[in-house]
Write a protein that binds this ligand. Structure first.
Ligand SMILES: Cc1cc2nc3c(=O)[nH]c(=O)nc-3n(C[C@H](O)[C@H](O)[C@H](O)COP(=O)(O)OP(=O)(O)OC[C@H]3O[C@@H](n4cnc5c(N)ncnc54)[C@H](O)[C@@H]3O)c2cc1C
Length: 379
């Protein structure tokens, strides 16, 4: 079987490696990869737990052992992680994954796909350099997926987060910073990496403009550490798919001879914007279904194993970023070790959303029931 994968990011390279290893002929299209894709590069513990081959990449990451969390009112607390969160440069992660796909026998075509058309039982893939026919098509082409725009429901604006930021030269402490800001359903971050750091801020599309986001970020960085704004830096802006409950329900991620994986599939944590883990997971599940000749099972398995968690997360977005809730959380985390542990597990990807309320109730005395009710109101 001949498979075209559009996009050699995380999802595309992982799917390519798995399929090529099974003996399928894999054509992987990308004009840019591996590249420094705009991203925090935060890789939670579960990436390394569920994808052991990433152990060989661990040494290329910057291990972070604690997080500073700041509330909209400026109060902050420090939360130690049970396991370090690893921060990767996307270029080096891309190179690692790309070489793995190539070793498995994938053929990389440094070409932008400009069209995909049905051809017999398969597809005709169009690039400026020519056309190729394949049996199966995988869209791994990120949030602005061309494949998705041709084959599935388009991602509506309200189902995306606009993120802007900087790569700033120089290092910093072994801590990452997360700060909640009033007026946006999103957060600001500073992630240290090897040799530089990635600082950024995200908000739901339509809430504020990119210019306003940069202004919020600049103001925060100047206050947090004024030397940061004097260092050489490069700006970036990008979208993150952060689907609502309705968006997740309407989402279509495969058909008879096509599938979407990674950001193109819309499977990203709508609260934290964590997409690296879901890119690996969706790519793995898609490759498994294709190997078994049952591609329809891919969407069913995602609906069973991934979507319920993401739908639960989507229902918390508004409440989670409500400044009354985020301020209370930071204050409580400063006071209570149980809350610090829970938040650390949530950020590190070890605490699921569906069991969050029960876990919070365990560490919260009954005094806080009103606060919990506000936090867990459904969108
Ligand atoms: C600012 C920002 C910060 C983030 N921080 C984090 C974080 O800290 N941790 C985390 O887990 N997630 C984070 N994410 C999300 C994460 O970056 C994505 O979820 C992840 O990169 C998805 O991987 P992917 O392979 O699906 O897509 P991508 O990594 O976007 O790769 C898609 C590839 O497709 C290629 N492509 C696109 N169109 C075409 C075409 N027509 N033809 C050929 N190739 C094409 C592109 O060149 C690209 O290489 C962040 C996202 C943003 C925007």
């Amino acid at each position: 079987m001949r498979v075209a994968i559009v996009g050699a990011g995380i999802a595309g390279c992982h799917a390519a490696a798995l399929l090529a290893r099974e003996g399928l002929e894999v054509l992987l299209y990308d004009p840019m990869a591996p590249w420094e894709k705009p991203c925090g590069g935060g890789m939670t513990f579960r990436n390394f737990r569920d994808f052991p081959f990433l152990d060989d990449f661990r040494a290329d990451c910057f291990p972070v052992t604690r997080m500073r969390m700041e509330a909209p009112d400026g109060a902050s607390c420090v939360i130690p992680f049970p396991e370090p969160v690893h921060i990767a440069s996307r270029r080096s992660l891309g190179m690692f994954l790309f070489q793995r796909a190539e070793r498995a026998g994938t053929r990389l075509l440094r070409q932008r796909v400009i069209g995909v058309k049905p051809e017999g039982k398969g597809w005709r893939i169009e690039t400026r350099e020519g056309e190729t026919e394949v049996d199966f098509l995988i869209g791994a082409d990120g949030v602005n997926s061309l494949v998705r725009s041709r084959l599935s429901v388009r991602l509506p604006g309200k189902d995306s987060t606009l993120a802007v930021g900087y790569w700033i030269e120089g290092g910093m402490e072994e801590e990452l910073v997360i700060a909640f800001q009033e007026g946006i359903s999103g957060y600001l971050w500073i992630f240290p990496r090897k040799g530089h750091l990635s600082a950024g801020i995200g908000a739901r599309v339509g809430e504020v403009s990119g210019r306003e986001l940069f202004a919020l970020l600049d103001r925060f960085l100047s206050r947090f550490d004024s030397s940061l704004m004097k260092k050489p830096r490069k700006a970036y802006g990008a979208l993150i798919p952060t689907l609502t409950r309705e968006g997740l329900k309407a989402n279509r991620i495969c058909g008879e001879n096509w599938a979407l994986i990674g950001d193109a599939s819309g499977l990203v944590d709508p609260v934290t914007g964590e997409g690296i883990y879901y890119a690996f997971r969706s790519a793995g599940l898609c490759a498994e279904a294709l190997r078994k000749g049952k591609i329809g099972a891919y969407e069913k398995i995602c609906r069973k194993r991934i979507v319920p968690e993401l739908r639960q997360a989507a229902s918390y977005v508004r409440a989670f970023f409500d400044p009354r809730v985020s301020s209370r959380l930071v204050h409580l985390a400063g006071e209570k070790a149980g809350i610090r542990e829970l938040l650390a597990k949530l950020i590190a990807g070890e605490q699921g959303y569906r069991s969050l309320k029960a876990e919070l109730l365990k560490v919260f005395p009954s005094l806080y029931r009103d606060f919990l009710a506000r936090m867990f109101q459904i969108e």
